[in-house]
Design a protein around this ligand. Structure first.
Ligand code: PLP
Length: 395
């Protein structure tokens, strides 16, 4: 079996989990569409269904193709175990609902992904879970709230869409001291750039829909952490029913084999574009942690190996109409709600990550209405710069 630590990241991305399932002499992981797995031996069936023996009995629980996806994610994040879900929100809501009960308390930040924010402002409070959302980069305030007692400290870095950086080592230490489970949404960074578990977190969460899959053709989510935590999340996901589809697991697996190549290119393209935009007369402000001007630059340098493929910027003028004009002129960008694919994708938070929020909520979160989020693809960077330059003409 492909080991966890004895091989380079690139080797693990290609090989991890791949030796788990076979279909005849096929070299590639088969897509096992079967809902159920049959056993002639009742004792064996029982042992498998009780989890005492490896194997599968029903695809809502486990499935061979899905298990390979979970294994690859586990190895890349460096945890003991992993469990998947049908989408990023499936695993985020699953982890929170599995580990929290009425009367518990969550501490998090204002800048989480829009769907996660809705869990915090609406669905968890409805279940009697208290939620305190701190100013995202006020680490002392987060520590003070955590010290008052909480069951979950939920973090996300870099954040969406203003690309703020949280100090994971410092905050994870505070969470551990308070006895909280520290969850980190690592979607933007990917395990190529950042490993939350190595920085002290208990769970690394992913919308695999984005960079892990990388081709914008499959939804999925995954959590990586200790056996004990993952067993609890699995127990909830199994019953809540949001299992990852085997076909999606296959598409995500195929994408993950090139994760390191894509992310290296996206890191490099994004840094070059951030520098280009920072010196562009039509641009008011650029948010990218790789820029020396970014307030989280030093922390990012410490905890990340690369700064990621997402940046955002505000055009001069700064109205929603200005942003709309620039967006509509872009030729080499999909105007869409997703991110993290091989092609460049641009959007505004009002229609993408924060569509769940009202304009007032976005304002309160410090998200300019004219902010453009730009998910840099693997294209030729000079082509992307030229495209942005023509789109920004007249700003
Ligand atoms: C997209 C995204 C999610 C939600 O993932 P889905 O797969 O769309 O459910 C969660 N967190 C972050 C940071 C995201 O970008």
């Amino acid at each position: 079996m492909i080991g966890d630590k004895d091989l380079g990241f690139e080797t693990r991305a290609v090989w991890a989990g791949e030796d788990r399932v076979s279909a005849g002499e096929a070299t590639q992981v088969p897509v096992v569409h079967s809902v159920a797995f049959a056993y002639d031996d009742l004792d064996e069936w029982l042992e498998v269904s009780l989890g005492n023996r490896p194997g599968h009995f029903y695809t809502r629980n486990t499935n061979p193709t899905v298990a390979v996806f979970e294994e690859k994610a586990r190895v890349l994040e460096g945890g003991e175990a992993a469990v998947s879900a049908a989408s990023g929100m499936g695993i985020i809501s699953g982890a929170l609902f599995a580990l929290l009960a009425s009367g518990d308390r969550v501490v998090s930040v204002k800048d989480t992904y829009g769907g996660t924010n809705r869990l915090f402002t609406e669905f968890l409070p409805r279940q009697g879970v208290g939620v305190t959302l701190c100013e995202t980069t006020d680490f002392a305030a987060i520590e003070a709230e955590v010290a008052k007692g909480c069951q979950v400290l939920y973090l996300e870095t870099p954040t969406n869409p203003t690309i703020k950086i949280l100090d994971l080592e410092r905050l994870a230490r505070a969470g551990r001291e308070a006895g909280a489970v520290v969850m980190v949404d690592n979607t933007f960074a990917t395990p190529v750039n950042q490993n939350p578990l190595a920085l002290g977190a208990d769970l690394a969460l992913h919308s695999a829909t984005k960079f892990l899959g990388g081709h914008a053709d499959a939804l999925g989510g995954v959590a990586v952490g200790s056996r004990d935590l993952i067993r609890k999340i699995y127990a909830y996901r199994e019953i809540a029913g949001g299992a990852l589809h085997p076909m999606s697991a296959y598409l995500l697996l195929r994408g993950m084999k090139t994760l390191h190549l894509r992310i290296e290119r996206q890191n490099a393209n994004a840094l070059a574009i951030a520098r280009f935009l920072e010196s562009h007369p039509g641009v008011e402000r650029v948010f990218y942690p790789g820029l020396e001007s970014h307030p989280g630059h030093d922390i990012a340098r410490r905890q990340m190996r690369g700064f990621g493929g997402i940046l955002s910027f505000v055009t001069k003028g700064g109205t929603l109409e200005d942003a709309g004009r620039v967006l509509s002129r872009l030729r080499l960008a999909r105007r869409a709600a997703n991110l993290g694919s091989v092609e460049t994708i641009a959007g505004i938070p009002a229609t993408t990550s924060h569509v769940e929020c009202t304009a007032e909520e976005r304002r309160a979160m410090g998200i300019p209405e004219s902010l453009i989020r730009y998910s840099v693809g693997i294209e030729n960077v000079e082509d992307l710069k030229a495209d942005l330059d023509q789109a920004l003409a007249g700003c």
